[in-house]
Design a protein around this ligand. Structure first.
Ligand code: GUN
Ligand code: ZN
Length: 646
């Protein structure tokens, strides 16, 4: 089944998943349907919530004589009267809840196929959080064995193979690697219900990360049994695509209402803090006065409305590049969730998440609190700053945080410094750590919003970065004229524009790329309105354009030719198979299935050189995926081609 990335943010993505019963957009929620007791019918779900996919249980259908017969004769879609995509589960969860249940692992897969399920689940072995490591290891051994044996039976059905391994990260990762290597189509992260029931979100985050690290990025990932919207944003940011909700019905039976911040009892509510159709049409008192049966249906509807609303908010956040903001805001709703955010500060997890993080976003980075400085994108900024950027001098004048862009905010002071000394570096001691003046228009330095006073943790982190960056530098803090008198006058003229162009190039393409690109007669065209750099020419050839939105360069074909000649393979390269060469030469974009190799340092939205297997330059473009994704996906675009060789 086709699965392709359409938009992305954090390690989350909006994908299109094609099933025989329609295309499903992820992230998405699958309401759980119990064919024995329908609170809300699938048709109603389709009408009210635009439900594209739902999940039901083949174990229940199989066990019940009438359902079993009907499902086999007319198919599961007719049985539950839903023409969208249907996933079925296998009975694993029942065996976890009720002890041993009699299901044959292969029969239940064949049954799901025979009733026409779009996605059928193997009979995995539910790993509980309190298991010993040995028991968990044995459980995943059996799960993988059953997965392998189930593959030949799947027919046209997509096969879901859950990742187990209790709370042991090595086992989770290994299980994920093993199931990624078999011909399965869909990967639920299983055994997490007890973690969610006990609000063990720290363990949940570790389990998701370990599983994602072992999984192929090219298949959908489902957080099995997750139906509370509280954790949707974080789970999506870590790379989960699907959720399933029986919570909407269970909580409704319990007369409880789901909200993005948690769950509340109807009996405790005097006002309804929601404007879904249910809450718009009833007061809390009216809901309490309904017949119990009717009340439960209304509560279930409310629960699904808010669950889908959160999914839509996540999709919107991905489109606008604000998923981390949403995650951080939601984390403050629940102390256990807030605590779980600390896992993301661990170096190994940060660098994993950084690999998937786009290098630029459509909107500014907004500070939400002490979590912000720990975002993977901020981590990237600093690794690139320390690895790629070279200060123009080991002497610097440092300014405190100020109006952005800093070169405009400190224009008068900078002029005075330039008059005295043309060599000295200028740094801003900002909320995001040291900002060399040359980089002050680049994302996210200029495109970030912090309050004047942030928080101690952010300030400490920024100070530590500043100190580390300047440890071999002689730094003067700006104190006005008294600082000016300390500066030695130099005769040598420095080209400020060239310095900025070179610095941004080094940050974007790698250390030394600025020198390589500017090794000729440079002409710069600036915006008449803003005086900012727009186009850069080298020996009369247009090599770079600076985007006004994020202060990053788009690489022109003539710039790509220079980098290609001077920067050795495989740096900055995306290599395409010979079959794709004619298409690229026509200016078509690069599909992931044609990529044979790629520079590991490239990140989503980085500029890249598109080459053939002999490293001949074909075109220049912008990556939509990282290396692992390019080599894993069979569908969708890997690089958006900008200019082709003529
Ligand atoms: N439902 C909730 N958790 C699980 C799980 O781990 N495996 C299966 N098959 N179904 C589930
Ligand atoms: Zn409501």
């Amino acid at each position: 089944m086709k699965f392709e990335i359409k938009e992305r943010d954090a390690a989350g993505r909006i994908c299109r998943f094609t099933t025989p019963h329609g295309t499903v957009t992820t992230p998405n929620l699958m309401p759980v349907i119990n064919p024995n007791k329908l609170l809300i019918t699938p048709q109603e779900m389709r009408n009210w919530f635009h439900t594209e996919i739902l999940i039901t249980n083949s174990y229940i259908i199989n066990k019940h004589e009438r359902l079993h017969k009907e499902a086999l004769s007319k198919g599961v879609h007719k049985l539950i009267k839903f023409d969208g995509a249907i996933m079925t589960d296998s009975g694993t969860f029942q065996s976890y809840v009720y002890g041993d249940v009699a299901v044959d692992p292969l029969e239940i897969v064949a049954f799901q196929r025979d009733i026409g399920s779009d996605i059928g689940t193997i009979l995995d072995v539910f790993g509980t959080p309190d298991q010993t490591k040995a028991a968990a290891r044995q459980g995943i051994g059996e799960t993988v064995k059953r997965a392998k044996a189930s593959v030949p039976l799947k027919g046209e059905m997509a096969l879901a193979c859950p990742i187990q391994g209790s709370i042991y990260p090595e086992l989770r990762q290994r299980c994920a690697q093993q199931v990624s290597n078999i011909d399965a189509d869909f990967f639920p992260i299983g055994g997490v219900v007890p973690l969610m029931e006990n609000q063990r979100y720290t363990d949940l985050v570790k389990v998701i990360l370990a599983s994602k690290k072992g999984l192929t990025p090219a298949k959908p990932v489902h957080l099995f049994g997750a139906g509370h919207p509280l954790i949707f944003p974080l789970a999506v940011a870590l790379g989960c695509d699907f959720f399933d909700s029986s919570a909407y019905a269970k909580y409704a039976q319990d007369e409880r209402m789901i909200f993005y911040w948690g769950t509340e009892k109807l009996e405790d509510m005097s006002a309804l803090p929601c404007s879904c159709p249910v809450c718009s049409n009833h007061t809390a008192a009216e809901l309490k006065e309904l017949e119990r049966k009717e009340r439960i249906v209304e509560l279930a509807k409310h629960n699904l409305y808010v669950s889908y609303e959160e999914i839509n908010k996540i999709k919107h956040a991905i489109s606008t590049g604000t998923l981390w903001e949403l995650v951080e805001r939601r984390a403050t709703c629940n102390p256990y969730l807030l605590e779980a955010m600390n896992v993301l500060r661990i170096e190994d997890h940060k660098s994993f998440l950084e690999y998937y993080e786009p290098v630029s976003k459509p909107t500014a980075l907004f500070y939400t609190g002490s979590q912000t400085i720990h975002r993977p994108g901020v981590y990237r900024l600093h690794t690139r700053l320390f690895k790629r950027f070279r200060p123009s001098s080991n002497q610097a004048v440092a300014f405190p945080e100020g109006k952005k862009p800093y070169s405009a905010g400190y224009e008068e002071q900078i002029k005075k410094i330039r008059k005295k000394n043309t060599q000295i570096a200028i740094l801003i001691d900002s909320h995001l750590g040291p900002v060399p003046l040359e980089l002050d228009e680049m994302y996210p330095y200029a495109q970030s919003v912090f309050p004047k006073i942030s928080d101690i943790e952010t300030e400490d982190a920024a100070t530590a970065l500043f100190d580390s960056f300047t440890k071999n530098m002689d730094v003067l803090s700006w104190k006005g004229n008294s600082t000016l008198t300390k500066l030695k006058t130099s005769e040598k003229e420095v080209d400020r524009d060239a310095q900025r162009i070179s610095a941004v190039c080094d940050m974007q393409f790698g250390r030394g790329c600025g020198d390589v690109l500017l090794g000729g007669d440079i002409a710069v065209v600036k915006s008449k309105k803003t005086d900012k750099i727009r186009n850069v020419y080298c020996n009369g050839r247009h090599i770079l354009s600076m985007r006004a939105s994020d202060g990053l360069f788009t690489l022109k074909l003539d710039g790509a030719k220079i980098l290609h000649k001077k920067i050795p393979f495989p740096l900055l390269r995306v290599v395409v198979h010979d079959d794709a060469v004619p298409f690229i030469k026509e200016g078509k974009s690069v599909f992931a299935k044609f990529v044979t190799d790629c520079d590991e340092e490239l990140r989503p939205l980085d500029e890249c050189l598109i080459v053939d297997i002999k490293d001949q330059l074909l075109a220049v473009g912008r990556c939509l995926l990282n290396k692992t994704e390019m080599l894993s996906f069979s569908f969708g675009m890997a690089v958006k081609t900008r200019e082709k060789i003529t």
